[in-house]
Design a protein around this ligand. Structure first.
Ligand SMILES: C[S@@+](CC[C@H](N)C(=O)[O-])C[C@H]1O[C@@H](n2cnc3c(N)ncnc32)[C@H](O)[C@@H]1O
Length: 233
């Protein structure tokens, strides 16, 4: 197994072990609690992204990549006809099922670096996944997203900006260009995973060269988010 394969395997192992404590990050609990002011900024910025997602109006048949515990599956459900929610980790899919409780959602357990879309979708959504795609697989990943869209279909994503207060108090973000970070769980175990930070302008320029028409924005501190149409369909 080469270095990248073992990093991607460790990434899956990390999310398997992290499943029961995953939501602490999003809800700013435990090691992710950065105090009232920073937490308030965090939740205000999540509200900005949620408002942008509402304005984007995700609808029809939605493909959610790396769906996790359902923090975004739940809000997507309101306007969806169906959701196909893909994730590599069974434990995470089970938590999603418990949170969302909907027969509109079809769950698929699959490794996204090998999986190919089995249908065409109106919307593809991925939250906090792009940063876990290694740069060498960036183009193939966006090609897969484009191949999943019906003509006129659109993609929406949200991810992390390089902001030290976004992660746990005992994590170091390291060099923004390193491409990987070490993450620790509540029991002290450590995993190295892929983490690529993008700036809106650079990401938009790269996506344009791949045939996308992107609209990408950043919140004041924590998030990068955006949408895109794929021109080549
Ligand atoms: C940062 S979490 C994002 C979860 C969710 N989208 C959210 O925003 O809360 C990354 C997710 O990717 C999943 N994952 C990791 N490696 C994967 C792979 N190779 N294929 C599919 N899913 C993977 C993990 O299980 C985890 O649920």
């Amino acid at each position: 197994m080469n270095g990248m394969d073992s990093l991607l395997k460790a990434q899956i192992e990390y999310y398997r072990a992290r499943a029961p404590e995953y939501d602490d990050w999003f809800l700013r609990r435990g090691r992710y609690d950065r105090g009232p002011e920073a937490n308030a900024d965090w939740f205000a910025e999540i509200a900005l992204v949620r408002a942008a997602l509402d304005a984007f109006h995700p609808e029809g048949d939605i493909l959610e990549l790396a769906c996790g515990t359902g923090l975004w599956t739940e809000p997507l459900l309101g306007s969806a006809r169906t959701i196909t929610a893909v994730d590599a980790v069974a434990e995470v899919l089970e938590l999603n099922r418990e949170r969302v409780h909907s027969d509109k959602v079809r769950y698929v357990q699959a490794d996204l670096f090998a999986w190919r879309p089995d249908a065409l979708y109106d919307t593809v959504f991925f939250g906090f996944w792009l940063s876990h795609v290694p740069p060498t697989l960036f183009e193939a990943f966006w090609g897969m997203v484009g191949s999943a869209l019906k003509p006129g279909g659109r993609a929406f994503f949200v991810d992390s900006q390089y902001e030290p207060a976004s992660t746990a108090r005992d994590h170091q973000l390291g060099d923004p260009g390193a491409g990987s970070v070490v993450r620790r769980l509540n029991d002290g175990s450590e995993f190295r995973i892929v983490k690529v930070f993008y700036r809106a302008e650079d990401l938009a320029a790269r996506l344009q060269t791949l045939g996308w028409t992107p609209g990408i924005r950043e919140t004041p501190h924590y998030f990068i988010y955006g949408e895109g149409d794929w021109n080549t369909r």
